[in-house]
Design a protein around this ligand. Structure first.
Ligand SMILES: [Fe+2]
Ligand SMILES: [Fe+2]
Length: 208
């Protein structure tokens, strides 16, 4: 079941949805929003008035990338860094427009735009709010929905995919809370993975 969008963010999400039609982004955004709320409960110093709009809008810029080019712009087979960067700069532009239309205060708009513009290509987080958005976005990969979708679109066997997630966990996630949550997701995925007679997990999503 997908996380609910809080009443106060419904209008924002509704405005974002037309820009989230590719790359399973509507599902990705809802799942990442749920992860952000979970992280915010463990980080009371963070500013949820920035983090939650930022996570809802962080990937609206993928709408500017042609469907046929998406597979080159993210994931383990990424070859086109310029397109990955484009989704950030277009995302920042689109996010600024949506937030302004909805009357968000300028300091919130500026903070959200600064996070969106670089959320994938920046090497590190600039602030706690930035770190929580980045971690919520990347935690998606470890969630049941994200893990299933990614394994299928990246062409991974289930066990190969889990190994890839485990190998990158500390590099992708920065807060201890997010790292622990990712480990918990991995443990759960391993417990529930169907096993072949030889002990190897089946291909992700096969026959389901
Ligand atoms: Fe992104
Ligand atoms: Fe994302």
């Amino acid at each position: 079941m997908l996380p609910e969008i809080d009443d106060r963010h419904q209008e924002l999400f509704r405005r974002a949805l037309p820009f989230l039609r590719t790359r399973h982004n509507a599902v990705h955004t809802r799942v990442a929003y749920g992860e952000a709320r979970w992280l915010l409960r463990r980080h009371p110093d963070a500013d949820e008035s920035v983090v939650l709009p930022a996570i809802l809008l962080h990937d609206v810029g993928w709408s500017a990338v042609a469907e046929g080019e998406l597979s080159t712009a993210f994931g383990p087979h990424m070859t086109n860094q310029a397109l990955q960067r484009l989704h950030e700069t277009e995302g920042a532009r689109i996010a600024a427009g949506i937030l302004a239309e909805l009357g968000f205060a300028q300091p919130i708009v500026d903070a959200v735009v600064a996070i969106v513009d670089g959320h994938d290509t920046r090497t590190g987080a600039r602030s706690l709010d930035d770190a929580l958005v980045r971690d919520a976005d990347r935690l998606w990969r470890y969630t049941p929905a994200g893990s299933r979708i990614d394994a299928q679109r990246f062409g991974f066997e289930a066990d190969q995919h889990l190994a890839w997630l485990e190998r990158n966990l500390d590099a992708w996630l920065s807060t201890p809370a997010a790292r622990q949550r990712a480990r918990d997701y991995l443990d759960e995925a391993r417990r529930s993975a169907p096993q072949r007679p030889g002990g190897t997990a089946q291909r992700a999503g096969s026959g389901r």
